[in-house]
Design a protein around this ligand. Structure first.
Ligand SMILES: [Zn+2]
Length: 283
């Protein structure tokens, strides 16, 4: 009898240790990124010579906003047709090399999450932007899954903390920042109601021109969950949700809005993306 109890006790002990080890490994991977495969083969680009070209990049190795990504593509294609832009759509990183990036006026990280490029490809994008290229990020492109300091500093200028969980989606009045460039001011709606997953960042975006903001005191920013009880601080009353920055000779634009497919049916949001592209590819 004693022997049986001993076996049971050791088995339980072993299981607990194994579960703990697996949990620790999982948390480590969440912090540092899961193993990812990188595409290194250069694609065949066939871009119209006389049209400004956009690289629409929707690769995800972190959380995938699949519905929003799917809904965005026809909208951005239609926008491109209207404005005379060429769009190269891909979920593979092979195009991130110096020679091929030079063909593009703008690279869009379209809800792209996780570590999506290898070291060399990251450097190619950094050089591309700093030498005068443009980079835009939509929603998930600004979460904390990228593990890439240059990208966080230059696209965001702040660091993602969390998104609200209770409730996850909330309505908020989106306000145009009065100091925004006249080109945006003339084209964008002054105020509209957004229903989104409002990302919370640790600080205001550094050296950025805010385009849209919400009243952070009118949303419930808590992202608390079991064992993680410090996620309720928010950004304060002035809560930017779209902004742009300079990065060397290049330009970056980010909006934290864009979680669900519904945004792509909202003319105010679609117009924001369109004007941000116009601004990005302009001189
Ligand atoms: Zn989201």
């Amino acid at each position: 009898m004693k022997r049986v109890l001993k076996i049971i006790a050791w088995t339980v002990f072993g299981l607990v240790i194994s579960l703990f080890a697996l949990g620790a490994l999982f948390m480590y991977k969440v912090q540092n990124g899961f193993p990812v495969s990188y595409e290194t083969e250069k694609p065949n680009l066939s871009l119209a010579e006389n049209q400004p070209a956009i690289l629409l990049f929707s690769k995800t190795t972190g959380f995938r906003h699949g519905e929003s990504i799917d809904a965005s593509k026809p909208i951005i294609q239609a926008m491109a047709k209207k404005n005379g832009w060429a769009v190269y759509e891909t979920e593979e990183g092979g195009v991130f090399n110096e020679e091929q990036l030079a063909h593009f006026k703008l690279v869009i990280f379209n809800n792209s999450t996780g570590r999506v490029l290898n070291d060399e490809q990251q450097v190619a994008l950094e050089k591309y932007v700093e030498n005068g290229g443009s980079l835009m990020g939509i929603h998930g492109a600004g979460d904390n899954s990228h593990h890439w300091d240059w990208y966080v500093a230059n696209l965001l200028g702040t660091t993602f903390s969390h998104h609200p969980l209770n409730p996850q989606f909330q309505k908020a009045q989106v306000q145009l920042e009065s100091s925004v460039d006249s080109s945006f001011k003339a084209k964008l709606l002054a105020t509209w109601v957004g229903n989104d997953e409002w990302y919370v960042f640790f600080d205001q975006p550094k050296d950025a021109q805010v385009v849209y903001y919400i009243d952070g005191e009118k949303i419930l920013p808590s992202g608390n969950m079991l064992w993680m009880k410090d996620k309720n601080f928010g950004m304060g009353k002035y809560h930017p949700v779209a902004w742009h920055k300079m990065a060397g000779k290049g330009k970056t634009f980010y909006t934290s809005m864009g979680h669900s497919k519904d945004v792509w049916a909202n003319p105010a949001y679609v117009n924001l993306i369109e004007q941000a592209i116009v601004w990005s590819i302009g001189d």
